[in-house]
Design a protein around this ligand. Structure first.
Ligand code: S3P
Length: 159
């Protein structure tokens, strides 16, 4: 069965939704950042600081290649930049969790922002959000309003 790939901006709930969706549909769940971090044995901020963003994007490319070849019937949650820098079109069905930037700010704690190198500065993150939102929309097979609770998001996807 086809994979489901969850995309969207940082803090849109991709991992939480992916986990719940996997449970609800009896699929496996995988998080690209988790796999990349494990492969390098470094945290995401460490990869950015020690090796640079370009290197991280290459690792995302490697992940996509591997996922296409090796994953079936899996819910895949992605890092927010994955569909911006790489082509994810043949990995699976692509679901975009669309959320307002101000809603993300309400949800993310200071610690959650610190874990994300591209969220250290809120005004820069807002610019990034504006730059990316049309790309998410364009590559998605389905767009889901993610300004609501996880339960409601899951229901909408299952429908
Ligand atoms: C990034 C998003 C992060 C992580 C990295 C870069 C981005 O993942 O991959 O910090 O470019 O949007 P989340 O979307 O899970 O925060």
């Amino acid at each position: 069965m086809e994979n489901i790939v969850i995309i969207g901006f940082m803090g849109s709930g991709k991992s939480s939704v992916g986990r719940e969706l996997a449970r609800a549909t009896q699929r496996f769940f995988i998080d690209s950042d988790f796999i990349i971090s494990a492969r390098e044995n470094l945290s995401i901020p460490e990869i950015f600081n020690l090796k640079g963003e370009g290197y991280f994007r290459q690792l995302e490319g490697d992940f996509i290649h591997w996922a296409k070849k090796s994953l079936r019937n899996t819910i895949i949650s992605t890092g927010g930049g994955m569909p911006i820098f790489n082509d994810i079109s043949s990995v699976g069905q692509i679901i975009y969790l669309k959320i307002e930037f101000d809603e993300i700010i309400k949800r993310l704690s200071f610690d959650e922002m610190q874990k994300r190198p591209l969220f250290e500065d809120i005004s820069k993150a807002r610019v990034l959000y504006e730059e990316r939102k049309n790309i998410y929309e364009r590559v998605a097979d389905k767009v889901i309003d993610a300004n609501t609770s996880i339960g409601e998001i899951i229901e909408k996807i299952l429908r």
